[in-house]
Design a protein around this ligand. Sequence first.
Ligand code: CAA
Length: 381
Amino acid sequence: MQFTLTEEQVLVQKTARDFAQAEVLPKAAEIDREHRHPAELVKRMAELGFLGMAIPEQWGGAGMDHVSYALAMEEISRACASTGVIMSVNNSLACDPIHRFGTDAQKQTWLVPLATGKKLGCFALSEPEAGSDSAAQRTTATRDGSEWVISGIKNWITNGPVADVAVLFAMTDRTLGNRGITAFILPMDHKGVRCGPPDDKLGIRGSKSCQIFLDDVRLPADHLLGEPGVGFKVAMSTLDGGRIGIAAQAVGIARAALEDSLGYAQTRKTFGKPIAQHQAIQFKLADMATEIEAARLLTWRAAWLKDQKLPFNKEAAMAKLFASDIANKAAREAIQVFGGNGYVTEYPVERHFRDAKITEIYEGTSEIQRLVIANALAKGL
Ligand code: CAA
């Protein structure tokens, strides 16, 4: 067993930490307050190779492993969870499925610009009536000569308002249930594609999401991603990887809650001494630190399994379930440590509290993670 990071992983972690502390953190409150897409930070992440981290260099990526991806996601999200999820969606939900299921021609056309950060991607699976039950797709794709004609509505599409490309899912045969779902690559400026207004959200307010309306969108056959009918497997296996990114994001948010609490507790005084010297506060800090360590180890293990090309579906679900839970707990406790100051926007912990919540919802709710884990257990995995 090896608990040390490789030299390359340590370098990625340091690069991500330096960038996050120097360039992302100073803007996090403003990005949240203004509901602003941080285009300049996305550009910097592209320069650092953070938008296609685990994609081979041949296809425009940084050629790193998924442990490095988790390390960078934690650092960026510790500074700004909005910036973290923009990065995670591009890496895990746009680049990854095109890399695994795309043809060489599709990789050249779509993956290279996404992995280099020249274009930004999104993942259009959820619908108004298909969130957790993603097999209940209503968007349809019908073959018409050499084209597919696609109509429907997608919901809560992270990066949607700012994306250039979507990995899109639609029903090509309603009679087949999940085996009738097919994946496509959709240029967002294609005729018939329209974004609704950005969602007005509780947290991760710098991360733009929206509905996408598809009105008789005619896609050439070479925009089909993988075989017809395997779209559900494309989506599910993509989300397995995505959950590692969200677990790392949750660890980052939890760490922000802990580090801010520790700093505050060492200076804020009550009853004649810093509150960090009161056992009530010490116990909170100790629990946060312990749970962060456990969540990080689960996340790294899932990432390591993916790197070894071993099954990681259950482990990714466990990492996301646990990390999102402790992120919410840490953010709640951080507000308690800050007291009245924790409840006002002058201090950062109310933002961590609002940002943490989404990690229990997107890329599969905590309830869905439990289903995934239980299904794996039932199969003896
Ligand atoms: N990898 C590959 N194949 C998989 C798979 C996986 N992880 N999970 C299931 N499958 C396959 C199964 O083997 C099965 O194949 P066959 O039909 O050939 O036997 C098929 O898919 C159907 O499997 P299930 O019967 O288990 O499917 P289900 O309909 O019961 O759903 C579920 C399972 C786990 C509940 C799934 O629907 C799910 O994960 N739901 C949550 C969806 C989700 O995470 N949405 C997030 C939206 S994206 C997002 O949030 C992005 C963002 O904003 C940041």
